[in-house]
Design a binder for this molecule. Structure first.
Ligand code: FAD
Ligand code: EPU
Length: 346
């Protein structure tokens, strides 16, 4: 990598997406040093054309080949950049594997990310959909996001407010061609404020015989629950939840609750809306374990689409559309995909 980057033409992406579907990029640019980005984005296809930044590929569906350049960031540094003895700001490069980063923070006595253990992917992708699990969203720990802004061709530092984080959402999702996230700063604490209220975490700790957990033990409990519930992409291709939990007006939620008292629903922080369980809606439509050829729905979780072997991205998208249509028909609720769909429009 002479100039901090390497170019591969006609690059196979099959092993770069956790669905394991076949895809090719006309050009893959692997960037080892984010300092190369301003110069790189001055040339050829990178200057104006579409660019897909690809991390671990655990939240993309290649329904077709990406047009233009695929960019992969490799930088792997993690450093404490500020520390007052209790709170520390930790900077991690975009290319760092997310779970390895969570373990690094716990190993350094820093709490805050333990509930987000075992989420696949990279640090650079964490702000894109504001990853969340077990009662936490990553926005609660993000101090700043460092990025290259393609529109202004400048290196920028975004505050959490500028990132406009919401449930599985951020500014990056609305303007996917604009920012390349190069590093993220997290504010973490040596005084743990554990969140054990999310269904299952407290029970898992109790089953582990732990009464006063340390953050690393909470992480272990979360890992155990996740290993039970979610299929491992190394065993069967998937991208975690394929649909977001739909957010609906409270009046709609009340009417649904009256008709379906078992439908799980959650508060959103806004009294005017409720979040519904997409998994439950899909499960009720009978999809769990369903298979259309090699495109299927996981046996263990109705929200997870799986590739039994040779499904194409288009096969998985067709199944997803049928699932969404059946939920709309039965419950009059629209469910939206969570992963980025490349090569097709939802
Ligand atoms: P990719 O899939 O490579 O990319 C996802 C999106 O982010 C794309 O739009 C891409 O262009 C963009 N992107 C990636 N890196 C950058 C960057 N550096 N700059 C700009 N844009 C970028 N998610 C959750 O929130 N909670 C969960 O509990 C969860 N569980 C999962 C379980 C499984 C088994 C799987 C397979 C996935 C799960 N996910 C979960 C989804 C996924 O792990 C996350 O969305 C993760 O952050 C994606 O990281 P990635 O590096 O693989 O991103
Ligand atoms: N349920 C069913 N059928 C199923 C699975 C679940 O009816 O097959 C019902 C159950 O009642 C269960 C409820 O759905 O209590 C919620 O299930 P779960 O706790 O698994 O959470 P989820 O809403 O399905 C969300 C995230 C996950 C995250 C978990 C844990 C979304 C779209 N998904 O799933 O994130 O790990 O909570 O916090 O918000 C991802 O984004 O890829 C992902 C895996």
């Amino acid at each position: 990598m002479a100039h901090g980057f390497r170019i591969v033409e006609n690059a196979k992406l099959d092993a770069r997406n956790t669905f394991g579907v076949a895809a090719r990029a006309p050009m893959l640019v692997e960037v080892a040093d984010a300092a190369a980005l301003p110069e790189l984005f001055g040339y050829g296809m990178l200057r104006e054309g579409p660019v897909l930044v690809l991390g671990g590929g655990s939240n993309v569906l290649f329904a077709g080949d990406p047009q233009g350049v695929v960019l992969a960031l490799g930088a792997q540094a993690i450093a404490i950049v500020e520390d007052d003895g209790d709170t520390a700001i930790v900077r991690a490069d975009a290319g760092v594997e997310w779970h390895a980063f969570v373990l690094w923070t716990l190993g350094h006595g820093l709490a805050g990310l333990e509930n987000l253990s075992l989420i696949p992917g990279t640090v650079g992708a964490a702000p894109i959909q504001n990853i969340g699990a077990y009662g936490i969203e990553v926005r609660e720990s993000i101090h700043a996001v460092h990025a290259f802004d393609r529109r202004d061709r400048s290196v920028v530092r975004l505050t959490p407010a500028e990132c406009a984080f919401a449930y599985r959402d951020s500014v990056f999702k609305h303007d996917p061609d604009r920012y390349v996230v190069t590093a993220v700063d997290f504010r973490l604490s040596r005084t743990p404020h554990l969140r054990l209220d999310y269904a299952g975490v407290g029970d898992e700790l109790a089953a582990m015989g732990i009464e006063s957990p340390r953050p690393s033990q909470v992480a272990e409990a979360v890992c155990r629950i996740r290993r039970r519930k979610l299929p491992d992409p190394a065993v069967i291709g998937n991208a975690g939840s394929f649909f977001k939990n739909p957010i609906v007006p409270a009046a709609v939620a009340d009417a649904l609750h009256a008709a379906h008292p078992k439908l799980p629903m959650f508060r959103t922080g806004d009294e005017a809306t409720r979040k519904l369980s997409a998994a439950w809606l899909i499960d009720q439509c009978g999809w769990k374990g369903h298979r259309d050829g090699d495109a299927g729905v996981a046996d263990s979780h109705a929200l997870v689409l799986v590739n039994h072997g040779r499904a194409t991205g288009a096969d998985l998208l067709a199944l997803a559309r049928r699932i969404a249509a059946s939920v709309r028909e039965r419950f009059d609720v629209a469910i939206e995909p969570e992963p980025r769909i490349v090569g097709a429009v939802w």
